[in-house]
Design a protein around this ligand. Sequence first.
Ligand code: CU
Length: 135
Amino acid sequence: MGNALGILLAKRTMLYLVLVGSMCAVGMENVHAAQTVVVTLSNELKFEPNHVTVHVGQTIEWNNASVLVHTVTDVPKLASNAKDVALPPQAASFNSGNLAPGATFRHRFLVPGTYRYFCIPHEAAGMIGEVTVVK
Ligand SMILES: [Cu+2]
C-alpha cells in the first residue's frame, strides 16, 4: 500500500517536472522572439554590426541611418558574386527593395543556419552582412 502511494507520488512528480520543463522552453522562446536585433545601414557602406547571431523566431530590423539608398538582399540570383550570398537549405530568400534614408526593413528568421546578404548598389564596395541563426 505504502509502496503504491510512493509510485503514484513519483509519477506525479515526473509529470510536474515535464510540465514545468516544457513551460520553461516555451518561455525562453518567447523571450528570444520578443527581442528585435537592430542592424544599422551606414554612410560608410557597412551593415553595423556586420555579423549578428539570433535565435530561431527572432526578428532583425535594419535601419537605414545613412543619407544613401541601400537594400538588404538575400536572393542568390541578384548577387554579382556568388560568395556574397548564402541561405540555409529550406530558408526563404528576402529582399527589402530600395530603402530610403530613415527607412527600416524587418525579417523574422525561422530556419537555423548561416545567412550572407548584401546591398544591391554597394555589393562591389563590400557592403555584406552575415546572420547566424541558432536554435
Ligand atoms: Cu548600400
